[in-house]
Design a protein around this ligand. Structure first.
Ligand SMILES: C[S@@+](CC[C@H](N)C(=O)[O-])C[C@H]1O[C@@H](n2cnc3c(N)ncnc32)[C@H](O)[C@@H]1O
Length: 269
């Protein structure tokens, strides 16, 4: 498989910010955040403790804490890739690092082709698919995840094309993929990007989706979580091959929760 495909395009991550008084503080905090282990559940608090250690007065620490609180609310998205970097760097991953079982079952006996693993993480599914003969591409905004996927591919003696990229910048061209994998991906399901992803399937291609269900009904629910029975509407352009809503332990949780598994096929013509 070639290392680079012409249809994979991704603009560099743009993390620049307006030049304001809090910029230096924010940058210092981000640098601190990136070094923290994933067992630091409140990096902001530990950063303020670090400022005290650096000799800042209690009043100054409090002032910076307030600025940081408001910056963190506005600029949380900038930290997200680093949050997952910390997760993938952990020596005790808090997710199932083995290939997704629904995926393993769905591709059994299926002729391999071009597969795209959206939000591939550390590559658990990409490596598995490559071992089954699929030509696998994948992307994720976690540089650590992608680096680990590439290293795992080398160890396994398979090739994958892994890119550090936000989905907002990924080029989903029509009719490219025989298989699209979305396990626990953070794609906002009710935005046009989902339909672009679906259209990037070739006729006869399949899309596999597994995710926890949104059951709180809250208005601040994560946009990547579908509500009960909603996947049938979201993936209405596809022919449903499998759809199951059950309570089981999701790959990204340590306790049983409502989750959905969906497999759909792009109709021919
Ligand atoms: C819950 S993990 C799932 C990872 C993988 N699909 C799996 O099943 O193990 C969500 C992944 O989405 C990635 N991600 C979240 N938002 C993203 C974005 N806007 N662009 C690219 N990757 C993103 C994270 O880095 C993380 O690896």
């Amino acid at each position: 498989m070639r290392r680079r495909h012409f249809f994979l395009s991704c603009a560099p991550l743009a993390l620049t910010a307006p030049d304001d008084a809090g910029e230096a503080l924010w940058r210092d905090y981000v640098a601190w955040y990136r070094t923290r282990p994933d067992t630091d559940f409140n990096p902001r608090l530990s950063y303020l403790a670090e400022l005290r250690r650096r000799g800042l007065s209690p009043g100054e620490v409090e002032r910076r804490g307030r600025i940081l609180e408001s910056l963190a609310a506005q600029r949380r998205a900038e930290l997200e890739p680093y949050f997952f970097d910390r997760t993938y760097r952990s020596s005790e991953p808090r997710f199932n690092a083995q290939p997704n079982s629904f995926l393993a079952q769905a591709v059994r006996g299926r002729k391999p082709g071009a597969a795209l693993d959206i939000h591939m993480g550390q590559g658990r599914n990409a490596i598995f698919l490559a071992q089954q003969g699929w030509q696998v591409s994948g992307f994720d905004f976690s540089a650590e995840g992608v680096a680990r996927a590439e290293a795992a591919a080398r160890t396994a003696g398979v090739r994958i094309q892994a890119t550090v990229c936000r989905h907002q910048e990924f080029g989903f061209a029509p009719s490219q993929w025989d298989l699209i994998v979305m396990t626990y991906a953070w794609i906002p399901l009710r935005e046009p990007i989902l339909q672009r992803i679906i259209r990037s399937l070739r006729p006869g291609g399949i899309l596999l989706f597994e995710q926890m269900l949104e059951t709180s009904g809250g208005e601040h629910a994560a946009p990547w979580l579908p509500r009960r029975q909603e996947v049938l509407k979201l993936f209405a352009a596809l022919k449903t091959l499998q759809h199951e809503e059950l309570t089981a332990r999701p790959d990204w949780s340590w306790r049983p929760e409502p989750l959905v598994r969906y497999l759909g096929e792009m109709p021919a013509g």
